[in-house]
Ligand binder design. Structure first.
Ligand SMILES: Nc1ncnc2c1ncn2[C@@H]1O[C@H](COP(=O)(O)OP(=O)(O)OP(=O)(O)O)[C@@H](O)[C@H]1O
Ligand SMILES: [Mg+2]
Length: 316
């Protein structure tokens, strides 16, 4: 059996293999062509290709030397100014190997405190002849403006259903899996367009067998199938509180789904229920209230049962 991690195995090696993000990739390609890389900020949702693009650039610019001239550091492990003053500074000063510059890729740069970002900004100025920085973040607004103005900001878009399908199909082909449309839809639904999440779900469910179905996906993703949640809600709305409670217990205790995930799915489904808009609004408010209680550390089963009893008040 092959134990490689698919998120690494299928990571694009070239910019042209990056899915979507055309507006970003086209400009990156022209930088690579001229071998003129500026400092850059990659902003966008998780699992949309920021790290991919940084690595692909390094491979294309440095060829075989890429690993010596590319350093990846995750800022969230070490948010403070010390890391910038020591580790990042030390690497910034080093001369590139066989190239005119090297690349430092700073993941989750928005986790750096503003002091740390200011120190980083000075490094960007001092060593810009030998070092280019690529900062990755979810929100560019969390990067101080002096850094933003020293670099080029690229915005990565969240990926569409077609994009997720395209990437899943690469893996399905590579791993000789079988998957149907329903299962693909489910992966897209759970991943929310995050390709890392989608890949991990696919790999986990492939352990159960080469044939990937909606059912195996929900098993490994430890999420409730929306239908079970619909049944639970409908039971509650129809005044069958005990039945609703049994389904709830199965989801929490047997399937090990977290109360937070359940509440999230309940709120997704609220809008589709066959009740009046006025009732929906009342229930949205209740869901919000119980979500808060769970966040405050309330007991999951108790709180969710209490929420279901609220649904019973809105009997159809
Ligand atoms: N646009 C894309 N094209 C091809 N593969 C992608 C793309 N986006 C993500 N992936 C795949 O998803 C996984 C995660 O991608 P990547 O590390 O680039 O995400 P990221 O945007 O850096 O996310 P994070 O913000 O969480 O660091 C990798 O396995 C990668 O192959
Ligand atoms: Mg990343």
């Amino acid at each position: 059996m092959d134990f490689s991690i698919w998120t690494e195995k299928y990571r694009p090696k070239k910019l042209r293999d990056v899915i979507n993000q055309k507006h970003v990739v086209e400009r990156l390609k022209s930088f690579v062509k001229e071998s003129r890389i500026p400092h850059m900020i990659f902003a966008g949702p998780p699992g949309t290709g920021k790290t991919c693009c940084a690595i692909a650039i390094a491979r294309e610019v440095f060829g075989n030397n890429w690993q010596q001239n590319f350093q990846e550091t995750n800022a969230s492990d070490m948010r403070g100014i010390d890391v910038v003053r020591t580790r990042i500074k030390n690497f910034s000063r080093i001369k590139p190997i066989g190239e005119s510059f090297k690349i430092i890729f700073l993941d989750e740069a928005d986790a750096l405190t503003s002091d740390a970002q200011n120190a980083l900004r000075r490094l960007m100025e001092m060593y810009s002849d030998v070092t280019r920085f690529i900062l990755s973040c979810n929100y560019s607004s969390r990067i101080i403006s002096p850094i933003q103005s020293r670099g080029v900001v690229f915005r990565f878009k969240s990926l569409s259903k077609e994009n997720v399908f395209e990437y899943m199909k690469r893996i399905v082909k590579g791993e000789k899996l079988k998957i149907d449309k329903e299962a693909l839809d489910t992966i897209h639904l759970i991943s929310g367009g995050d390709l890392r999440k989608a890949t991990n779900i696919l790999q986990a469910s492939a352990i159960l067998g080469k044939k990937i179905t909606k059912k195996t996906i929900y098993e490994v993703a430890a999420q409730a199938e929306p239908k079970e949640i619909t049944d639970m809600i409908n039971n509650a709305l129809n005044g069958k509180f005990l039945e609703a409670r049994e389904i709830l217990k199965g989801l929490l205790l047997k399937k090990g789904i977290s109360g937070q995930d359940l509440i999230k799915e309940i709120s997704n489904q609220l809008y589709k229920l066959d009740i009046s808009d006025k009732d929906k609004i009342g229930l949205v408010e209740k869901v919000g209230e119980f979500e808060f209680r769970l966040n405050q550390g309330g007991n999951e089963q108790l709180q969710l049962e209490a929420l279901l009893s609220q649904f019973a008040l809105y009997k159809k």
